[in-house]
Design a protein around this ligand. Structure first.
Ligand SMILES: O=C[C@H](O)[C@H](O)[C@H](O)COP(=O)(O)O
Length: 226
């Protein structure tokens, strides 16, 4: 079964975690898009009232186009569960996110959710995080200075590009600098160091946030936090 089929299977399995009346955090990316479509289909078929809280303009637009009520995070009292993809995860359910540049809103929503589920294909599983470049979201002003700091930290920074000349801009108008953390062993310390750099808004290390990973293999594998 290829990666796309696995993403679809994981997304379908995650829909089983949702009940009528829930406020659901909607992740971003190709796997999350499968989930949004499948959830809305089930909600329509069963007459469910589901409210979505989106982690990107893309996901909000997709959900609204398909008929879901999507609210801003500040308009809901609580988020029952968030279902999102991941770029890499390990056996502790820590991971790297932000391959689609949505890490900031994804983390804001995840940290306010009662439960976080990641839906993935098996290629995302890793013994040690760092094969996927870690996205660091930075404000545009002084972004080159932050890149220099990251260079001095030996993290081989590279700006995420929109095209040959322009930096990519996130939904918040920030830049993304991808860094190489494959040689770093203490990721908690690295996370703290990155957050302490003025100009850094957030990074894509999600440590201790995910409660459950659903891998769309046959049969589906579920990893839960102890
Ligand atoms: O910024 C994007 C997100 O973190 C995505 O959830 C992540 O990149 C996984 O995307 P996909 O499901 O397309 O592999």
């Amino acid at each position: 079964m290829n990666a796309t089929e696995q993403k679809q299977r994981a997304a379908l399995a995650a829909v089983n975690e949702i009940q009528d009346g829930m406020v659901v955090g909607l992740g971003t990316g190709s796997t999350a898009a499968f989930f949004i479509r499948a959830l809305i289909e089930k909600a329509h078929a069963n007459g469910w009232q589901i409210t979505g809280v989106a982690t990107s303009k893309r996901s909000a637009e997709l959900a609204r186009t398909l008929g879901m009520v999507v609210k801003d995070i500040d308009e809901v009292n609580a988020i029952d569960v968030t279902v999102d993809g991941a770029d890499e995860f390990d056996s502790y359910l820590n991971g790297i996110k932000g391959g689609g540049a949505a890490l900031l809103y994804e983390k804001v929503v995840a940290l306010r959710s009662k439960k976080n589920i990641w839906i993935v294909d098996e290629s995302k599983q890793s013994n040690r995080l760092g094969s996927f470049p870690l996205p660091v979201e930075v404000i545009e002003f002084g972004a080159q200075q932050v890149a220099l700091t990251l260079q001095h930290m030996n993290l081989h920074p590279r700006f995420r590009m929109k095209n040959e000349r322009e930096h990519l801009l996130t939904d918040s108008g920030h830049n993304i600098i991808d860094v190489d953390i494959s040689h770093i062993t203490d990721l908690t310390t690295l996370a703290d160091q990155l957050k302490s750099i003025t100009g850094v808004v957030e990074h894509g290390l999600f440590i201790g946030i995910c409660d459950k990973v659903i891998i769309g293999t046959t049969p589906v594998q579920v990893l839960s936090k102890n």
